[in-house]
Design a protein around this ligand. Structure first.
Ligand code: GLU
Length: 443
């Protein structure tokens, strides 16, 4: 069967790095299998969902190059949930309950006080018709719970966690519908996974107990459950679930000059047995993707590591990829010359300013000034003006090493370090180079 995965964010905020990781893994899982990757907007919570977040989710995925093959929205599928709900009602798998939030809270406290797990006691299941009618007459509308099948143990082979086992009697019958008729996450998600032909659900391990419940929902709706895999959560470099990770998203990355390829390379591999490497080639990353490489320990997200990967990625980016982000007039040769010196693409402008000038040079002593005057005199232009210049000066002055190269670099660029002068000097050009060298000549 063709693989279909989905990324199902709720548009109640911006995507953070943990969400991006889940999206990436679902994208990779689908791509590796030649399957379909869906974006499903989980917007049944009308009060908290916002259109600007839907737009931002699309934009973030596009920036990362994780374009979905299709998009679905839960708010457009309410009739499907209604139909599934009616079926579950007809088969006695959902039941009305009338407890208030306060009553439920009290039940939980009493259970905990007795040292019992705070599982819903199913009091609503044993209400008589008359008791229900009395509630309705009082104007109390019911919320609805899914009735777990206590006789069927829940089991699945998790793609990351291995064999999983849940005793349904140890779980509360989940509320699937609120008294106002609105849907909670659990049932619409299962209905969508069935109707959209989702074959693989890959999500965070905070969903493991939801999976247990949803497996029974699939069965209750006469559907085969998909394969499930739950990845360990993402933690900060200090090993804790940090607040910072919750607010770190594409905007922050873009602003600090992090390339999407760097985020992808890092998020593809952290928490797996494979090394994090600056792999800019998406196809290679996809090829190496395998749920079997994922570990159970939390994945550590380290911003220093991201910066390191980013630098290595920047050094690989081809001109065409960055051209529109470079200063006016900066061409392929300049990009290739400057690229090895960059940590961020945005810093290319600094080096381009060095090429175009003006530059500020240090104060040179008399001996160095004489040397630079000699350099201006012997400068000739060729395919390799730097090789020619340094060769001639070595000959005529006997200087070598740092004594030869550093004053030239300083006079020509105003810096002590930088791109290879063999490639940089041709960019500066003959007239400008001569001017920079002879500017220091004693009048
Ligand atoms: N909207 C849910 C979430 O963001 C989706 C979970 C799932 O993948 O089923 O947590």
């Amino acid at each position: 069967m063709a693989v279909t995965t989905r990324f199902a964010p709720s548009p109640t905020g911006r995507l953070h790095v943990g969400n991006l990781r889940t999206a990436l893994h679902n994208w990779m899982l689908a791509r590796k299998a030649g399957g379909t990757f869906l974006l499903r907007i989980d917007d049944t919570d009308a009060a908290r969902s916002e259109e600007r977040f839907v737009d931002a989710i699309r934009a973030d995925l596009a920036w990362l190059g994780l374009e979905p093959d299709g998009e679905e929205r839960q708010s457009a599928r309410l009739a499907h949930y209604e139909a599934a709900f009616e079926r579950l009602k007809a088969s006695g798998r959902v039941y009305p309950a009338y407890e208030t939030a306060q009553e439920l809270d009290l039940k939980r406290k009493v259970a905990l006080g007795r040292g019992l797990p705070p599982i819903y006691d199913r009091a609503a299941l044993s209400m008589s018709e008359a008791e229900r009618a009395a509630k309705e007459a009082e104007g109390v509308a019911p919320h609805w719970r899914f009735k777990l099948d206590h006789d069927t143990p829940i089991e699945w082979l998790d793609g990351i966690r291995g064999p999983q086992h849940f005793d349904p009697a140890q779980l509360s019958d989940p509320v699937v519908r609120r008294a106002d008729g609105s849907w909670l996450y659990m049932m619409p998600s299962a209905v969508d996974d069935i109707e959209m032909g989702v074959t693989d659900v890959l999500r965070g391990e905070d969903h493991v107990s939801n999976t247990a419940v949803q497996i029974q929902m699939f069965t209750a709706l006469d559907a085969q459950p998909p394969r499930f895999a739950h990845e360990a959560l993402l933690v900060g470099s200090e090993g804790k679930l940090s607040k910072r990770l919750g607010s770190l998203g594409c905007d922050a990355f873009r602003e600090t000059g992090i390339e999407p390829e760097a985020i992808v390379a890092l998020l593809a591999r952290i928490g797996t047995s494979q090394p994090v490497e600056p792999i800019a080639d998406r196809a290679a990353l996809v090829e190496s993707f395998d749920l079997g490489h994922f570990g159970r320990a939390p994945a550590r997200f380290d911003e220093t590591e991201l910066a390191r990967i980013n630098t290595a990625i920047v050094h690989q980016l081809p001109f065409d990829h960055v051209a529109r982000r470079l200063p006016e007039g900066m061409g392929a040769a300049a990009w290739e010359s400057i690229r090895p010196n960059l940590e961020r693409v945005g810093d290319a402008a600094d080096w381009w300013n060095v090429v175009t000038g003006p530059i500020v040079t240090p104060e040179f002593d008399a001996e160095t000034l004489a040397f630079l005057a000699e350099a201006a005199r012997v400068l000739t232009w060729s395919d390799d003006p730097w090789g020619g210049l340094t060769g001639a000066l070595k000959e005529s002055t006997g200087r070598k090493g740092k004594a030869l190269f550093l004053p030239l670099r300083q006079a020509l660029t105003g810096r002590d370090h930088g791109p290879d002068m063999h490639t940089l000097l041709p960019l500066i050009g003959e007239d400008e180079a001569r001017a920079r060298l002879s500017r220091h000549a004693p009048a």
